[in-house]
Design a binder for this molecule. Structure first.
Ligand code: C2O
Ligand code: CU
Ligand code: CU
Length: 476
């Protein structure tokens, strides 16, 4: 069965596609032959919803216990696949908190290798960030506590172990971190009912059912084209909405694959939030481009007794089936969803330039490979700056890079080469920079990171990150 699937997919990954033969807008405008291509014979049951993480209240703090461990999971047939998971066999529970909450995490590492847990999208001090400096040795626990001090958003968590991030995420360590506030009630917000997290990933399996991570330098540089797609850890599941309007919180949790998502009936939906929060107003769209690490929230209005597919235009695949019967009516979206996000520019804003490039077996920022003992930039707390990210195309290696910055939300000001789409407005922490493009973002940091516990900026193509396309900065 996987053989057949494999034949249908091109060997080139979407990341490479976006950078080589095909311009993003072409990929973006592509109208697939979908419908006919959904995997009719391969329904494998209902869409799993990650459970909400349980917590206890101690001293006014919500305290969560997470255990990262090795496990096994049955993805298809009778085969078992070796996996990693958090409090389970693959992926992790959804952490759901409110703005203003004080939270406390106890993260136990039961793997047989070192790991970390990074809160991607959270505004927390460097020492709580879970980056490569907050290593959790085998058998030990990492305790961290902080206050949720940012607007409602869909964030997530994943490991950030030096040189091992790609592998550990591939094995299954990732989960949602949802923050709510008053404004999030303007959107459907009943978790698992009309507020649905969707983490989209691609994987390759070997004949014996194991994940087949990186096998060549080509994979590392050009991205791996996994031929099996997982939504919340399930292959081509079916989602049966109960309500007319459903909020889908989409996370591209793939290591390197870029998706252009839409529905095979070409229906419109409202884009309502990006990485770091709810947009001021909903925008109608039919397709969204989501690169690794990015989140996009959409609200879809379904009709009764219908069948459709959530599709990826890039790979021409149905990722998930949707089947409706009766639907409870839901209220319309308000015209204004949230306060707009924008950063007031400081006087004489500093401009920093980040040149992304690839060489033989290395991925560089400003011609340097990541070094955990070098601080690359020093930023002043509370002052806005312009960060200019340039993807220097070389004839040899044309790749798109999703650039991510820790500890903040930024605003995309302009991009030479492509417009800024509606789903890239608002508060962002990851932005796709395709080959030859230059993107300016305005960034401001309100939390601290000293040189013992600096923040990272890096390409969220996790193989590129592990190849060195990452740098460290302090905020003081
Ligand atoms: Cu999602 Cu530095 O990572
Ligand atoms: Cu991050
Ligand atoms: Cu990259």
């Amino acid at each position: 069965m996987f053989r057949r699937d494999f034949l249908r997919f091109s060997a080139i990954s979407a990341t490479a596609l976006l950078a080589t033969g095909c311009k993003p807008e072409e990929g973006f405008a592509f109208d697939g032959l979908m419908g006919s291509q959904s995997r009719e014979s391969e329904e494998r049951g209902a869409l799993p919803i990650p459970p909400l993480a349980e917590y206890t209240k101690t001293e006014g703090k919500k305290s969560f216990d997470l255990e990262v461990r090795a496990a096994e999971k049955n993805f298809f047939g009778s085969k078992m696949t070796k996996t990693f998971g958090v409090n389970g066999d693959f992926l992790g529970p959804t952490i759901k908190v409110n703005r203003g909450d004080k939270v406390w995490f106890n993260v136990k590492n039961s793997l047989s290798e070192k790991t970390t847990i990074h809160w991607h999208g959270l505004h927390v001090d460097g020492k709580n960030d879970g980056g490569p400096h907050q290593v959790i040795p085998v058998g030990e626990s990492w305790k961290t506590d902080f206050e949720i001090d940012q607007r409602a958003c869909t964030a997530w968590y994943h490991p950030h172990q030096m040189d091992r991030t790609g592998y550990q995420v591939y094995m299954g360590i990732a989960g949602f971190f949802l923050i709510d506030d008053e404004e999030s009630k303007n959107l459907p917000h009943e978790y698992g009912v009309d507020d649905i997290p969707l983490v989209i990933q691609d994987r390759r399996f070997s004949q014996d059912g194991e994940f087949r991570y990186i096998s060549s330098m080509h994979d590392r540089m050009m991205g791996m084209a996994g031929d099996v797609f997982l939504v919340n850890g399930a292959i081509h599941p079916t989602f049966e909405p109960k309500n007319e309007r459903v909020r889908l919180r989409v996370l591209n949790g793939s290591n390197s694959r870029i998706y252009t998502l839409g529905f095979d009936n070409k229906q419109e939906f409202d884009v309502v939030a990006s990485d770091g929060g709810i947009l001021e107003r909903p925008t109608k769209m039919k397709k969204i481009l989501v690169s690794p690490g990015e989140r996009v929230e959409i609200v879809v209005k379904f009709s009764k007794n219908s069948a459709l597919n959530l599709i990826d235009y890039m790979s021409e695949t149905s990722l998930m089936k949707i089947e409706t019967k009766d639907l409870a009516t839901s209220k319309e979206l308000p015209e204004k969803l949230a306060q707009p996000f924008s950063i007031t520019p400081s006087k004489n804003e500093k401009l920093r330039v980040f040149d992304l490039s690839m060489g033989r077996g290395v991925a560089l920022i400003n011609n340097k490979q990541m070094s955990i003992s070098r601080i690359d930039e020093e930023v002043e707390i509370g002052t806005s700056e312009i960060w200019r990210i340039r993807n220097n195309q070389s004839m040899m290696m044309r790749m798109a890079h999703p650039f991510h910055i820790h500890g903040c939300s930024f605003e995309i000001l302009k991009r030479e080469g492509r417009p800024i789409y509606a789903f890239e407005k608002g508060a962002k922490d990851t932005v796709l920079v395709a080959s030859g493009e230059v993107v300016d973002v305005r960034v401001i940091f309100h939390k601290r990171a000293d040189k013992e516990n600096p923040y990272m900026y890096h390409c969220h193509n996790l193989e590129h990150e592990d190849l060195g396309m990452m740098g460290q900065f302090t905020v003081t």
